[in-house]
Design a protein around this ligand. Structure first.
Ligand code: ZN
Ligand code: ZN
Length: 263
């Protein structure tokens, strides 16, 4: 059904927060009718993070190679999702230089030094309005794009996932309060040729728009963006291709084409 598209963001058991086997993900991709998927295992550089040291590059690459040979009908590619932190950019660069990936996704999972989930719980617990405290998150997204390390920027406007008022925080909200910065991020994507990921994981947790929200995608279009890449951020086989039908239709309606970032 979606043979022309690959899912650009899939985690297997080589990510600390997934126990999916590669075989089960391959079966799921066939069931959903995807053209394939890109493995983007979590890679952490902060020793205080739960997932630090979990990603076994060699073993993960061997597993990918084995499954790719067994599934010539699918486009399976080997990538990684790096938790970008600007103060660790040199270590990230060295790591990536020494290894081969088809696709490197840069994501922000921290606000300042703090993991985003605990940051959001903290500020909401103290009644601090989200209008005021997330500038560092969007700054870090700009650093991802400007670093030259990544093929794509992951889940822009990710903090909404962790708010107790989640689906209320649509793209309009972020644009209203962080519009200047978001404009910079999106412009940098266009200027530097970094793909903007449209991530449908939101639909599994009650939202009716992806990361980033529709208003941000409209801004991207207005600024000259014409193509995005699509992903589900799957951690389980049943997550693959989440809401692809609805989101593809809406993207086309808004003048954006979906393309594949991997050859
Ligand atoms: Zn992520
Ligand atoms: Zn992910």
């Amino acid at each position: 059904m979606y043979e022309a598209f690959v899912d650009h963001h899939v985690h297997s058991r080589h990510s600390w927060d997934s126990d999916s086997s590669l075989e089960s993900l391959v079966d799921a991709a066939r069931r959903v009718g995807l053209g394939g998927f890109v493995l983007t295992e979590h890679l952490e550089f902060d020793p205080s993070e739960m997932g630090y040291g979990h990603f076994p590059y060699e073993r993960a690459r061997d597993d990918w190679e084995e499954q790719a040979a067994l599934a010539p009908d699918l486009k399976l590619r080997f990538g990684v999702e790096v938790s970008h932190q600007e103060e660790r950019a040199a270590a990230i660069r060295d790591y990536l230089r020494a290894r081969r990936f088809h696709y490197v996704l840069g994501s922000v999972h921290h606000v300042g030094r703090e993991e985003i989930g605990s940051f959001m719980a903290g500020v909401e617990g103290h009644g601090i309005p989200l209008e005021e405290c997330l500038e560092p998150y969007f700054d870090a997204c700009l650093q991802v794009v400007e670093s030259g390390l990544y093929d794509a920027l992951g889940h822009l406007d990710f903090p909404k996932r962790y708010s107790c008022k989640g689906p209320r925080y649509t793209g309009e909200f972020w644009l209203e309060h962080y519009g200047r910065k978001i404009r910079e991020v999106v412009t940098a994507c266009l200027d530097l040729g970094v793909f903007l990921e449209v991530n449908t994981a939101t639909y599994r947790v009650g939202f009716t728009e992806p990361y980033p929200g529709w208003a941000i995608l409209d801004l991207y279009r207005e600024l000259g963006g014409s193509q995005v890449i699509l992903s589900s951020d799957a951690h389980r086989p049943e997550d693959l291709g989440t809401a692809y039908g609805a989101v593809l239709k809406e993207l086309v309606r808004r003048g954006l084409a979906v393309r594949n970032a991997v050859a």
